[in-house]
Ligand binder design. Structure first.
Ligand code: SAM
Ligand code: SF4
Length: 335
């Protein structure tokens, strides 16, 4: 699948915007690009036309409303569609956004990687998801479709655009990047001055069980992933969150628990324990409540901050890991 070629206005940094020639069109402000609606004022459209830029890359195909979340299906310019989710909290709204068109990591438990990776999302396509979910969004989580560190440059550019004071002016402390932890990407991220939160999807304590659950990460030893994440935490003086998805009979044994304690005890680490959200066509079992509680109690006793995280959106299959790459009719794509 080929990448659309017409450049996107929302991929421009403020400096790139400033350096465009404005002759012949009415000047517009950088922030004018970030309105939440698809249809922008005529002056902005004329400006984009003169610049040879696309103002919008996403077309809203459907919007499904659940108890506390809404799922948006956005068509891309070349014919596929990605999903984004808006989640209501007591103090605002979280945008759960996609970073790639599909995912190469093929995690056994996740819908988003079932069709493989088609292409990276451009910075502007990432920024547009946030803009289109509306002005009430005050948190962003990279927990939709795709592996953000596998699209490093576009994701980092999008974060810079999102936080630019002259545009959306998004507070970086409200941005969470969730990753399976590609060591090279973590090394680079350590050197960025961004103020974002980092979440590592760990899910296993041995290389064998992690490779079975996350085939795309078999070249990344668990120890290296954890060390790189802790090094990021130390450098940025903040905790890193490790997500552990408990899967019955796969990673929820006493030995797994003790390895987890040994790995993360006494470090700048927190643990979010998660239950599996069912995905069509995938046969896995949710762990029993008493196992989940045993994990929580043991980790807490070891002094590791731990919470059981229950994701929103299961009523409309919009919870973590339930988002599919789709065609324009909304049909889920699988390999
Ligand atoms: C869909 S991923 C996207 C971000 C990134 N690729 C990652 O894996 O962290 C966001 C989170 O959903 C989790 N997840 C994936 N499938 C899930 C499922 N079926 N149930 C619960 N969580 C799931 C992932 O492990 C990860 O923590
Ligand atoms: S959990 Fe993350 S890395 Fe794994 S397939 Fe899903 S989106 Fe990709």
């Amino acid at each position: 699948m080929t990448q659309p070629t017409r450049p996107l206005a929302l991929s421009l940094t403020a400096a790139q915007f400033d350096s465009l020639p404005m002759t012949g069109t009415r000047p517009i402000a950088y922030r004018d690009l970030f309105a939440s609606h698809a249809d922008l004022p005529q002056a902005t459209r004329r400006w984009a036309q003169a610049q040879g830029l696309d103002l919008r890359a996403l077309t809203l195909r459907s919007r499904e409303r659940g108890a506390r979340s809404q799922k948006f299906l956005f068509a891309l310019r070349e014919g596929l569609a990605v999903e984004s989710v808006l989640i209501r909290r007591h103090d605002g709204y979280t945008a759960c956004i996609s970073s790639q068109v599909g995912c190469a990591f093929a995690c056994r438990f996740c819908a988003s990687g079932q069709a493989g990776l088609k292409r990276n999302l451009e910075a502007g396509e990432i920024v547009e998801q946030v803009a289109r979910l509306g002005p009430k969004v005050n948190r962003i989580v990279f927990m939709g479709i795709g592996e953000p560190l596998n699209n490093y440059d576009n994701v980092l550019k999008a974060i810079r655009i999102l936080r630019d004071r002259r545009g959306l002016n998004f507070p970086t402390t409200g941005i969470t990047l969730s990753t399976i932890g590609i060591p090279k990407g973590l090394k680079a991220l350590r050197e960025e001055h961004l103020g974002i939160n980092l979440t590592i999807s760990l899910h296993a304590t041995t290389d064998e069980s992690r490779a079975a659950l996350i085939p795309g990460s078999r070249k990344h030893p668990v120890r290296e992933v954890v060390e790189r994440a802790l090094s990021w935490a130390e450098r940025h003086n903040r905790d890193v969150t490790f997500v552990y998805l408990l899967l019955a009979g796969i990673n929820d044994s006493r030995a797994d628990l003790e390895r987890l304690v040994a790995m993360l005890g006494g470090q700048r680490a927190r643990i979010n324990l998660m239950r599996w959200n069912p995905v069509d066509g995938i046969k896995l079992g949710r762990t029993e409540d008493r196992t989940l509680l045993a994990f929580r109690e043991r980790l807490a006793r070891a002094g590791i901050p731990v919470v059981v995280r229950d994701t929103q959106g299961r009523d409309i299959t919009a919870a973590c890991g339930q988002l599919w790459l789709r065609d324009l009719n909304g049909r889920a794509l699988a390999a």
